[in-house]
Structure formats: structure tokens, C-alpha cells
Design a protein around this ligand. Structure first.
Ligand SMILES: *Cc1c(COP(=O)(O)O)cnc(C)c1O
Length: 222
């Protein structure tokens, strides 16, 4: 199957209101363009240099999501154009995004990354660390970042029940955070979970944004 056929298949399987981020890391520009020509506008990348290279040659109406771990010293390179930074995992990073966004005269949308899975990633806030950050209120003074929701990766396991448990933990935590800190903020509405292997489960666990790479572009060659 071609990229456009894969894309169509994934898109059609998503309920209305669930956004598709085409994860294009390690895939060449031609392949992104094929997805673009099939109508895809939101792409996810996880390496600053690769992203900066692609941004230069691809159409300017693409909305780029940074989905990987972002080092603070890389923020300034993507701040002028990034549409959503999905994996904010520290206050230090949040502050740097705010600073660089201010320099560009922008407000940058971000998601807070949760660490729920047993071992898939060493990054992300535990639920308690996330509560602590939000309780501190310091983020309220960062006028050039806007926290739009939560992101997480489930464990990379075959046990569907475990994946479901982790994603439901994230979904319930979203409700808590929304209720306690963002009840009047319409923009706090995103739940980013689900990848090629588990996005159908994610959708059942109230995901609003799935990040799908392999199912669209095929396996990555590292
Ligand atoms: C690579 C990546 C994905 C996409 O994974 P696939 O299994 O190829 O769909 C999703 N989210 C994050 C954070 C990633 O790094």
C-alpha cells in the first residue's frame, strides 16, 4: 500500500474530532510530500536538526509538532515556527519555551508529558510531580506558553489490558487537571496518546490526538 492509501486508512478509522499527527521522523522529504499531497497537514518530528532541515523545503502551511524529548538548548531553533511542543517534561523546559517564544513575539502551545508507563521512557512528569508543578502556579506567569493538555506513551507491551490501564490513568488524570486548574480554559482540551500499535485503544481511552508513524510511512530506517 502507498503512503496516501495508508493515510486514508488510518484517517478513516478515527472518530470525528480525533486529530492525526503523521509522525515522519527518519522519513525523507519526498514521503512527507506524498502525505501532504494526500491532504495531511500535521506532522510530528522528534529531532531538531532533522526538523529544521525539513521545514526549509516543505510547504509552509504544515503544522509541525515536536513530539520527542527536547533539550533546552534546542528550543530557540524551533521557537519561530513550531505549532505544538508535545513533550514538556520539566519546568526548566517550560521556562525556556516561554523565553524563546517571547523573543519571537509568539505564544507557543505545549502539552505536559506524563510518565505513567513502566519503562518505555525515562521522561515525563509523574502524576504527583505534575500536580506539584501546577499547584506551584509559576506557569501562570509564563505568558508566552499555553498549556493545552497532556501527552503520554503507553508501555510497549502486547498486554492490551496494561495499555488500556495506563491510558485510562492518563484520561482520568486529565479530568482532574482540567477540573483543578483549567476549568475555564477552553484551550486545555488535548489528550495526546496512541501510536501505530495502540491508537485504536487510545481512541477508546478518550485520546484527542494520535501520533502515528509506522502505519503511514512504513518502518523507519535508523
Ligand atoms: C516515534 C514516535 C511515535 C510514532 O510511533 P509509531 O510506532 O511509528 O507509530 C509516536 N510518538 C512518539 C513520542 C514517538 O517518538
Amino acid at each position: 500500500m502507498s503512503i496516501s492509501q495508508n493515510l486514508q486508512k488510518v484517517s478513516q478509522s478515527l472518530p470525528k474530532g480525533v486529530k492525526l499527527v503523521a509522525v515522519s521522523k527518519f522519513h525523507p522529504e519526498e514521503e512527507l510530500l506524498e502525505a501532504y499531497n494526500a491532504g495531511q497537514r500535521v506532522f510530528g518530528e522528534s529531532h531538531e536538526q532533522e526538523l529544521s532541515r525539513k521545514v526549509k523545503t516543505l510547504p509552509t502551511d504544515i503544522r509541525w509538532h515536536f513530539i520527542g524529548h527536547l533539550q533546552t538548548n534546542k528550543v530557540r531553533f524551533i521557537a519561530p515556527y513550531i505549532s505544538l511542543i508535545e513533550a514538556v517534561d520539566s519546568l526548566k523546559l517550560l521556562r525556556e519555551i516561554d523565553k524563546q517564544a517571547a523573543r519571537c513575539g509568539r505564544v507557543i502551545d505545549v502539552l505536559l508529558e506524563l510518565h505513567i508507563a513502566e519503562e518505555v521512557s525515562k521522561y515525563g512528569f509523574t502524576l504527583d510531580a505534575c500536580r506539584e508543578l501546577l499547584d506551584s502556579g509559576v506557569w501562570r506567569e509564563l505568558n508566552n506558553v499555553r498549556i493545552c493538555g497532556l501527552m503520554m506513551m503507553a508501555s510497549n507491551v502486547d498486554d492490551e489490558q496494561q495499555i488500556r490501564r495506563e491510558m485510562m490513568t492518563a484520561a482520568d488524570f486529565f479530568d482532574e487537571v482540567k477540573g483543578r486548574w483549567f476549568s475555564t480554559a477552553d484551550y486545555f482540551c488535548e489528550r495526546s496518546w496512541g501510536m501505530s500499535d495502540d491508537y485504536p485503544i487510545a481512541v477508546e481511552c478518550r485520546s484527542t490526538m494520535v501520533r502515528v508513524g509506522t502505519m503511514i510511512f512504513g518502518p523507519r530506517v535508523y
